[in-house]
Design a protein around this ligand. Structure first.
Ligand code: 0X9
Ligand code: ZN
Length: 431
């Protein structure tokens, strides 16, 4: 039982049920496949508390998640709810808890499995189209083939380098795009990374869409070198295709519960608020800062660029937020809050004009929730990047992580619209 918040939860009979749930669904934390047929999606109401306090119900939900009891899909401070998905067996217990006044929830989707079946049918066929079209989700192998084809097609503008290998030895690629490769010593860098969280499929797709768009014109690559790691967590991504669609972490095996949340594994403020030392938790920080080869790959690529990187954007989903550091505390204001907020608002305005989607802008800890050891706080602190953002892409919760493929193109367009503004801002301010 996780006692890190000084609470013992759930109660003994629930624990018994929990182990039955775990036996029935070993893939939640282990290696077998998870079938979400019959799983419901709930909106659980969170207490309204002050900024730097985690609502007690959210602590309960995170503890239950670490026990394999449910999966937390999202937390919205603004709406005061957390979306979770539960097996039919676990729902019985949650209903009992609701009856006992311990929790309040509404059921918002009756069968997550049905939505996932639809998604499976929408996955791309094995034929790789070039240019890639974003009308369906790409497998890791298709993404890799696409990236490996780029240098031959654009020899003067692209370099694709392996900057590390994942726990399961898959390549982590860095794509560098500029106007003339080789002539780049003085160029400012815009750094993008995607795919930290395995189940957030729109994230690596956004990075690929940006690469494709940068290559169709030369204006955004004038005087700038773009450095992009589209897929930082390839093992997790493959796992979401093959075994558990809602997997978030990498696939490290530090204990019987696999995986480290890579977005809690960076050294700056490592282990602070919004992290867990329980390996079974979805927000497990890892045994030490930078314990994971995937976070090391980002560190080793970005650190030598200290002072050169003028903007860094990391793509996540979902919720439609453009948020900036600090992530780790609601109490500490970033010295560059004003320019980051202002540019964030322009990105949101441009997205609204371009695609109609509404993105909220604000400080990550205050307008979203505090989380320590994240890649964006680290980029801001350790690489001195003046404009740092996490963009939580579509949607606002109707489908969440399992966004239908029909919404992929509009979503990656949101990302591209935001990124384009960063390109023009960096060009006008720093080159
Ligand atoms: O929790 C995270 O790592 C990110 N959200 S997600 O739902 N995609 O997992 C947010 C990280 C940004 N920082 C803060 N929320 N403080
Ligand atoms: Zn994420």
């Amino acid at each position: 039982m996780d006692l890190r918040h000084g609470k013992v939860f759930p109660s003994a009979p629930l624990l018994l049920k929990l182990w039955i749930t775990l036996l029935l669904n070993p893939g939640i934390s282990g290696a077998a496949s998870v079938d979400y047929d019959g799983w419901k999606v709930l909106e659980v109401y969170l207490e309204s508390v002050s900024d730097d306090v985690i609502p007690p119900t959210l602590i309960k939900l995170e503890d239950m998640e670490a026990e394999g009891y449910l999966v937390v899909l999202s937390v919205s401070k603004v709406k005061g709810i957390s979306e979770v998905t539960v097996s039919p067996e676990a729902l019985e217990d949650l209903t009992k808890m609701q009856d006992d006044g311990l929790i309040t929830f509404d059921i918002i989707s009756d069968n997550l499995g049905k939505e996932l079946d639809l998604e499976t049918r929408q996955k791309e066929s094995n034929i790789l189209r070039s240019p890639i079209t974003f009308d369906s989700y790409m497998s890791f192998n298709d993404m890799t083939s696409y990236l490996e084809s780029l240098e031959a097609k654009h020899p003067n503008r692209v370099r694709v380098e392996e900057v590390g290998k994942s726990v399961e030895m898959r390549p982590i690629y860095l794509v560098r795009v500029t106007n003339s490769i080789g002539n780049n010593t003085e160029k400012k860098v815009i750094f993008l990374h995607g795919g930290i969280h395995a189940r957030e499929w729109v994230s690596p797709h956004s990075a690929l869409y940006v690469i494709q768009n940068l290559l169709t014109a030369t204006s955004f690559t004038e005087n700038i070198e773009w450095q992009i790691i589209p897929m930082l967590n390839p093992d997790g991504y493959v796992y979401t295709w093959e075994s558990n669609r809602l997997w978030r972490k990498n696939r490290a095996s530090h204990s019987t519960c696999p995986g480290v949340d890579l977005n809690r594994n960076f050294v700056y403020q490592w282990g602070g608020i919004g992290t867990s030392d329980n390996p079974c938790s979805d927000i497990y920080k890892g045994p030490s800062a930078f314990s994971e080869p995937e976070s090391q790959a980002l560190r080793d690529t970005m650190l030598p660029l200290d002072g050169k990187v003028k903007a860094c954007i990391t793509f996540h989903s979902f919720g439609q937020y453009i948020i900036y550091p600090w992530d780790y505390s609601t109490q500490v204001t970033h010295p560059l809050k004003a320019p980051m907020h202002q540019a964030g608002r322009v990105m949101a305005r441009n997205i609204r004009k371009q695609t109609g989607a509404v993105y909220r802008v604000g400080n990550a800890a205050v307008s979203y929730y505090p989380a320590a050891g994240t890649s964006d706080d680290w980029a801001s602190y350790a690489v001195n990047v003046p404009y740092v953002y996490t963009i939580e892409l579509r949607d606002t919760g109707s489908y969440g992580f399992t966004l239908p493929a029909a919404q992929l193109l509009p979503t990656v367009n949101d990302a591209w619209t935001a990124v384009k503004y960063m390109g023009t801002l960096v060009q006008s301010k720093y080159t």
